[in-house]
Design a protein around this ligand. Structure first.
Ligand code: FAD
Length: 462
């Protein structure tokens, strides 16, 4: 038995970042992780492996689609799926080992095993019970699936199975047109699978700016993905070598079916808190399974905090990390803070999609007067040079004050470009502040400046 100032249960982006910050703030810290490696969903079966496969298949797409256009002739690239999988695993291992190194460097004790909380101030791992003045629940989330669809992780899979399929399927149905479904759908479409995305709502990427969603659907359709929208999936029938996805179209209740070698169920994720013993402790939970917390991530039991996917808010690694750092500050007696109004969201398709702040739809609902500055990448020399001129940058600013309220980008490196807007929003900047900032040429970021100019007297290259 050991005594700690803080024990964090879960070694994902929320938990490991929290542990490192606690240790940096002088607290004796342990982090419990049951899966056998640090980094959580994100590093092991989420953000990182999906980006490795997106990168590899993006390069393949470049060879097939764009090499000849640039005079790069004769490139014959074959896919070695086993090798691509081992590349992906090397990327995972490099990252997860990196966290172990950071734990050693910062003197965080890594407790390997599944943790539970038998009583306030106690964490049990295996047969050992450790004590801690503060406990942080950072146990993340799991795929939520659909009622009646049995996941086998071989041919009817969640994202976890989809990252490690035995072979590249000839056909795939993706149920759910959210971020994970579109990213993994893109991976397999680029590898040659016939991919159909079936979505319950009438648009892809629910919650995102409507214009961006339409633009992305058009671009992905050109890349070969098929979309069936407004479709309620009824079930999946399994037979040898093929699965049949049955759905009804919501507009007329007509029944349809599609066959596919692999079905990816990407209908969202739900908080994971099983086995912690929260019910016995009397921790209040929310109806959707999240741990209830106050604005300082404290649960209803003193000394017990919760962060990341296990609580409300967007299920994103960087949101979990920010909460991890902030709760560490709170526990250390400082002032932890997360600005939930400025959390970017990115889809790592080609082109990327990135957004932050309000959408036009929410501004309309709120009845707020706003102006739109939009700039197409067709006017951006750099984007044209790399055959990625299809998207645009849209900045939304307050009609009266010009303060930036949100931004939505579909275009090359959108996921990196969005941070310029995030910083501007954190500083309460106006669109004119961005427009008056010199941007290097030729960069994709010039499109951000042009969109900011379009909020005022007009873009130059439009
Ligand atoms: P997790 O990362 O889920 O970590 C929780 C950890 O706690 C797990 O390792 C689990 O084993 C451990 N644990 C649970 N219970 C116990 C217990 N009782 N004892 C010990 N250990 C326990 N987000 C992004 O921001 N960008 C992306 O590009 C992105 N891509 C994604 C792609 C996919 C395919 C998926 C599935 C997710 C993706 N996400 C992405 C979401 C991101 O992975 C999560 O938001 C993030 O991992 C949440 O961090 P967390 O620390 O709250 O939980």
């Amino acid at each position: 038995m050991a005594e700690f100032d803080v024990i964090i249960i879960g070694g994902g982006p929320g938990g490991y970042v929290c542990a490192i910050r606690c240790a940096q703030l002088g607290l004796k810290t342990a982090c419990v992780e049951g899966r056998g490696s640090l980094g959580g969903t994100c590093l092991n079966v989420g953000c990182i492996p999906s980006k490795a496969l997106l990168h590899a298949t993006h390069e393949l797409h470049e060879v097939h689609e764009n090499f000849e256009k640039m005079g790069l002739m004769g490139a014959k690239v074959k896919v070695d799926w086993a090798k691509m999988q081992s590349y992906k695993q090397d990327v995972i291992d490099g990252n997860t080992k990196g966290i172990e190194f950071l734990f050693k460097k910062n003197k965080v004790t890594y407790l390997q095993g599944w943790g539970s909380i038998p009583a306030p101030g106690q964490v049990k791992v295996g047969d050992e019970v450790h004590t801690a003045r503060n406990i942080v629940i950072a146990t993340g989330s799991e795929s939520s699936g659909l009622p009646g669809i049995e996941i086998d992780e071989q041919t009817v899979v969640t994202s976890t199975g989809a990252l490690s399929l035995a072979k590249v399927p000839k056909s795939m149905v993706v149920i759910g047109a959210g971020v994970i479904g579109l990213e993994l759908g893109s991976v397999y479409a680029r590898l040659g699978a016939e991919v159909t995305v079936v979505e319950y709502l009438d648009a892809i990427t629910p919650g995102m700016d409507g214009e961006v969603a339409k633009g992305l659907q058009r671009i992905l359709s050109k890349q070969g993905l098929k979309f069936v929208l407004g479709a309620a999936v009824q079930g999946v029938d399994k037979a040898k070598g093929k699965n049949t996805v049955r759905y009804t179209l919501r507009k007329d209740e007509s029944a349809h079916a599609i066959e596919a070698e692999v079905v990816l169920v990407a209908t969202g994720r739900k908080p994971f808190t099983k086995g912690l013993g929260l019910e016995a402790l009397g921790v209040e939970m929310l109806p959707r399974g999240q741990v209830k917390t106050d604005s300082h991530w404290a649960t209803t039991v003193p000394g017990l905090y919760a962060i990341g996917d296990a609580i409300v808010g967007p299920m994103l690694a960087h949101k979990a990390e920010d909460e991890g750092m902030a709760v560490a500050e709170v526990i250390a007696g400082k002032h932890g803070h997360v600005n939930y109004d400025v959390i970017p969201g990115v889809i790592y398709t080609t082109p990327e999609v990135a957004c932050v702040g309000k959408t036009e739809e929410t501004l309309k609902q709120e009845g707020r007067a706003y102006k739109v500055g939009k700039f197409s990448f067709m006017g951006n020399g750099r984007a044209k040079a790399v055959f990625q001129a299809e998207g645009f940058v849209k900045i939304l600013a307050d009609a009266a004050t010009d303060r930036v309220l949100g931004a939505h980008i579909i275009g090359p490196s959108a996921g990196d470009m969005i941070h310029e807007i995030c910083v501007a929003m954190e500083f309460g900047a106006s669109a004119q502040d961005i427009a008056l900032t010199c941007h290097a040429h030729p960069t994709y970021s010039e499109a951000v400046r042009e969109a900011a100019l379009a909020c005022g007297d007009g873009a130059i290259h439009a």
